[in-house]
Write a protein that binds this ligand. Sequence first.
Ligand SMILES: [Zn+2]
Length: 98
Amino acid sequence: MPSPAAWQPEVPCARCGTHVTGIGWGELCPACRGKVVARARRVSRWIALGATVLTALYIWWRMPMNLPLSRFYGGIAVLATYVIVRRIATVVATEYFK
Ligand SMILES: [Zn+2]
């Protein structure tokens, strides 16, 4: 007889109702979870692109470009904006679409 820790019941997916072992109550099955993450990534890409364009416009408008490394730092700021906003938006959108 397996130990209680190894015994995993078949739990219905919170979205499609398919019985799957290895997920908790109220969680999504791997197929539904993949769809949610794919949709969240698609949405977060556009959110991050919008934020990046706004940041680039702000830097182009406000930063003095006659300094030696100002273009370099401006580029780093734009790149960092895309990466950070994309990560945050992906997490938030995944929770939202769940
Ligand atoms: Zn499902």
